[in-house]
Design a protein around this ligand. Structure first.
Ligand code: FAD
Ligand code: UDP
Length: 371
């Protein structure tokens, strides 16, 4: 029987952080496995034949307020500073997104925009973020009007498409990720650090795993090798319900299909991301050359179609958070804590809608805990 000190399931950013820490700080050997044919999980990127670096699983912008996490990653990559300023396709024009005081002027005539701007600033102050659902509940007619407008034009259809259920059934925290800004910053994120790894995300993960104590095995599902390997610790970043053979029932996830197309034009759209919060079947179009400002005669886009998650057919990209799924997840956690030296983490192991920095932070915390 093959023996390893640590087995890490999943070569995404969560698994890579743990493996890197175990090897570099504790000088322990680590076997990292992944059932996909590549490392990096959902942040995987690769060079397209056009010369453009393509984010295979949708647009990924690293953003964090944590100096600790920024400094940590900076030991494995240099950065291309990048601020995402997406646009949304509303009533046959591109408008700035998130909805802010600039968008207000793009969609309303000046006299109305003036009045609404004053109302918003008087009510909330300048440079303040307001969840759209809160704005909709305002008794003031003008504030309610703005909330209702933004909800109908930007959130309602997009959310229905993205999650496959009515917006009222979604955890309010999900839509609150993209608040209305009573201000003029067109950036999607306000974090202090925002960038793309200069040589791409896959190279970043490669560098993290580049340690003689770490070995990586791809196309290797946990189920296939679990009885052939003896390990002292197991770090699992796959779906927690799958690990326990769905004994309490499956946790729901949402999936996506990415249609990647090369277009025979230098640029397809002015920004990296355009959202389509309307009747089209897709939610977003991403033009990848913007991320690293790559200069090529043609371009590559990916069109995102939300889908039901079907086991074995597509990937579980998003946990669906609501009180029922939280309760179901807790039942699995109660099983998990009974297993010695076994740790569940990452977006799927923790069943949390993590951004990259949150996934890294959780993995670093886990490492500190076992250290
Ligand atoms: P994953 O990347 O999912 O890695 C888990 C790995 O485990 C996978 O490679 C999987 O194949 C493997 N695995 C699972 N089960 C098994 C098994 N049984 N056996 C072997 N291997 C297994 N975050 C940001 O900060 N900024 C963004 O702009 C951003 N954009 C996003 C856009 C999209 C469309 C999506 C879906 C996510 C986005 N995220 C973004 C979130 C980001 O992708 C995640 O935070 C991050 O990838 C989580 O890493 P992870 O290692 O926890 O999970
Ligand atoms: N959202 C929306 N319209 C938009 C952008 C976002 O309705 O144009 C809502 C939607 O419910 C989405 C959530 O806000 O799922 C979070 O958006 P985000 O861009 O953070 O999603 P992600 O990049 O994680 O897919």
């Amino acid at each position: 029987m093959e023996k390893v000190k640590n087995l890490v399931v999943g070569a995404g950013i969560s698994g890579a952080v743990l493996a890197e820490r175990l090897a570099s700080q504790l000088q322990e050997n680590v076997l990292v496995i992944d059932r996909r044919e590549h490392i990096a999980g959902n942040i995987y990127d690769s060079k397209h034949s056009s010369g453009i670096t393509v984010h295979r699983y949708g647009p990924h912008i690293f953003h964090t307020n944590s100096k600790e996490i920024w400094d940590y990653l900076s030991t494995f990559t240099s950065w291309h500073y990048f601020f995402l300023k997406p646009m949304a396709w509303v009533d046959n024009q591109r408008v700035t997104l998130p909805f802010n005081l600039n968008t207000l002027r793009q969609v309303f005539p000046p006299y109305l925009a003036d009045r609404l701007e004053k109302k918003l600033v008087d009510a909330y102050g300048y440079n303040v973020k307001v969840p759209v659902m809160e704005l909709r509940q305002q008794p003031d007619e003008d504030l309610h009007f703005v909330g209702q407008y933004v909800y109908e034009k930007i959130f309602e259809q997009y959310t229905r498409k993205q999650w496959g259920i009515p917006p009222e059934e979604i955890d309010p925290a999900v839509m609150a990720r993209v608040p209305v800004l009573v201000g003029k910053d067109d950036g999607y994120f306000q974090d202090k650090y925002q960038a793309i790894p200069a040589q791409g995300y896959t190279r970043l993960i490669e560098n993290m795993l580049h340690n003689p104590l770490i070995s990586v095995r791809l196309k290797t599902p946990f189920a296939k090798i679990k009885d052939t390997i003896e390990y002292q610790r197991l770090f699992y970043t796959g779906p927690i319900d799958e690990f326990f053979d769905y004994q309490f029932g499956p946790l729901p996830y949402r999936s996506l299909r990415f249609d990647i197309e090369q277009k025979n034009t230098e640029y397809y759209q002015p920004t990296a991301v355009t959202n389509y919060p309307n009747n089209f079947d897709f939610t977003r179009i991403c033009e990848h050359k913007h991320f690293l400002d790559e200069k090529t005669p043609t371009t590559v886009i990916s069109v995102e179609f939300p889908q039901a998650f079907k086991r074995g057919e597509n990937e579980p990209y998003y946990p669906i958070s609501n009180p029922q799924t939280a309760a179901l997840y807790q039942r699995y956690v109660q099983e998990a804590v009974k297993l010695p030296n076994t740790y569940f983490f990452g977006r799927l192991g923790a069943y949390k809608y993590y951004n990259m920095d949150q996934a890294i932070s959780a993995a670093l915390d886990l490492f500190k805990q076992i250290q």
